[in-house]
Design a protein around this ligand. Sequence first.
Ligand SMILES: Nc1nc2c(c(=O)[nH]1)N[C@H]1C(S)=C(S)[C@@H](COP(=O)(O)O)O[C@H]1N2
Ligand SMILES: [Mo]
Length: 256
Amino acid sequence: MNLNSGAKRRFLRLAAGSASALFLTGCDRLSRTEWFPRLLGQGERLSYGVYRLFGSRRPMAQEFTEVDLSPSFRSNGTRLPENDVYQALAKDGFANWALEVGGLVEQPVRLTLAQLRAMPSRTQITRHDCVEGWSAIGKWTGVPLAEVLRQVRPTPQARYVVFHCADPMENGANFYYESIDLDDAYHVQTILAYGLNDATLPIDNGAPIRVRIERQLGYKMAKYIMRIELVESFANIAGGKGGYWEDQGYQWYAGI
Ligand SMILES: Nc1nc2c(c(=O)[nH]1)N[C@H]1C(S)=C(S)[C@@H](COP(=O)(O)O)O[C@H]1N2
Ligand SMILES: [Mo]
């Protein structure tokens, strides 16, 4: 269990109105239709539904300059996955690590860190907002997720991208995971980051890669990614709500 989960639960209780409570208790069937999640925002901030109602999401997250960088970028949640396989990979600087990308794709791939680094890259200075009430501005470098998706070619059934992480949660039964839709997956600022502030991404912040999804809150930005899976629905993954924190009641679309 993460540190600060008590604070998260308190926040959640504050944030959850009766509408979102209703949503959380089982509109699964409805939420699989196209219009329902677009119509019904479930949260405390501008949500998925609200963006959709007004036509589209804000196209780009704000980008900053070097002078805006936070003196250091703190770590939150897992700082070192308690996972022997991960720790063995970390010892060798992730030379033997490879990202698996599969699921509803025409061409599953395994990409080493060297291969990911050789692909087109993007660097962006953005602000990370954690639901616990802190923010930090960092400079992220990585490969656009869209480039990886171009290689694997999602099938027409694919609707979501799921990130499976190395850090075991709870009693070790589950791992941290997250999911986004294809709108966010193909967004230009959505990158698989291997660099932070011109250095190799530290383990504290998710080495070897963590995703940046700049229009959403920090908990969406999965660290320690081992595998990416294209799915039509996340109903059968872990608690079925699309992410580790979502399974504890957080909203799935965590728009800023
Ligand atoms: N695998 C994994 N990803 C994670 C977390 C985690 O505990 N495990 N915590 C999330 C939360 S709540 C936040 S705010 C950010 C923190 O990123 P940082 O450690 O780089 O500050 O990572 C997110 N991604
Ligand atoms: Mo967070």
